[in-house]
Design a protein around this ligand. Structure first.
Ligand code: DGL
Length: 262
């Protein structure tokens, strides 16, 4: 595997862009191949087997694009599939899990709320994460089935999204949560609305910067950091509507890109 090869990043859709943009900023010389498995989104209500098969299919595609590492930029795919991915492929995998540890350290009320997909919240790895916290901190969970569709549809402004966000957030705030974990990479695109609804006394925790830092550490450890000095390229693939994907990227990526069908 050459250090000049690209980094592969995937998600069920545009959630992983929140991580990809941090990777892009932190590692400007690296090439990125991003796959949105939009034809199979959302993952959050699917079976383990379905998510595993999709994770294999997308990784096969990324490997065919010669990637040197894969970022599973999806909590749902990480919590269900990353162990199987690591067992099957030789490239390093970097995943994302809900930021429970930083949230617990931050909480003063002793109640942490977690917004995530229904699937993530019932996985063994999430349960292990939640059980590992100090006994005096309570973790309140909230599956948010409609939020990913809302975000995929680019309804991201306060007036479009605040009602739905309130529906999921209110019960956690009523339980006394002063720290809210964004346990799905899509939700980062609504972080401003979530923070607005939660109010100034509630902290929002998300992990995309931590994941980007981990990508860099991992590449350094494996001797896989590029030595290119010119800006890396970004390659975007989707198996959903390319027209819509292009619109999503125009709104969320911040620079012109072209998309391909995979
Ligand atoms: N963005 C994903 C996550 O972090 C998956 C959302 C979905 O497809 O349901 O969990």
């Amino acid at each position: 595997m050459t250090y000049r090869a690209p980094i592969g990043i995937f998600d069920s859709g545009i959630g992983g862009l929140s991580i990809a943009s941090k990777v892009r900023a932190l590692l400007p010389g690296e090439d990125i191949v991003y796959v949105a498995d939009s034809g199979h989104a959302p993952y959050g209500d699917r079976s383990d087997q379905y998510i595993l098969e999709r994770s294999f299919a997308v990784t096969d595609f990324l490997i065919s694009r010669n990637v040197k590492a894969v970022v599973v930029a999806c909590n749902t795919a990480t919590t269900t599939s990353i162990a199987a991915l690591r067992a099957r492929y030789a490239v390093p995998f970097i995943g994302v899990e809900p930021g429970i540890k930083p949230a617990v350290l931050n909480s003063r009320s002793g109640v942490v709320g977690v917004l995530a997909t229904a699937k993530t919240l019932v996985t063994d790895s999430f349960t292990a994460l939640a059980n590992a916290v100090a006994a005096n901190v309570r973790i309140e969970i909230m599956p948010c089935p409609e939020l990913v569709l809302q975000i995929e549809a680019l309804k991201l402004d306060h007036h479009e999204a605040a009602g739905l966000v309130k529906k999921y957030l209110q019960p956690l705030l009523e339980q006394g949560a002063d720290t809210i974990v964004l346990g799905c990479t899509h939700y980062a695109h609504l972080a401003h609305v979530i923070a607005g609804v939660a109010g100034p006394n509630v902290s929002i925790v998300s992990t995309e910067t931590a994941v980007a830092n981990e990508v860099r550490r991992r590449l350094e450890r494996e001797g896989l950091v590029t030595n290119k000095v010119q800006a890396g390229f970004d390659e975007f693939w989707s198996n959903g509507s390319l027209e819509h994907f292009q619109r999503q990227l125009d709104r969320l990526w911040g620079r012109p890109v072209t998309v391909g069908q995979f």
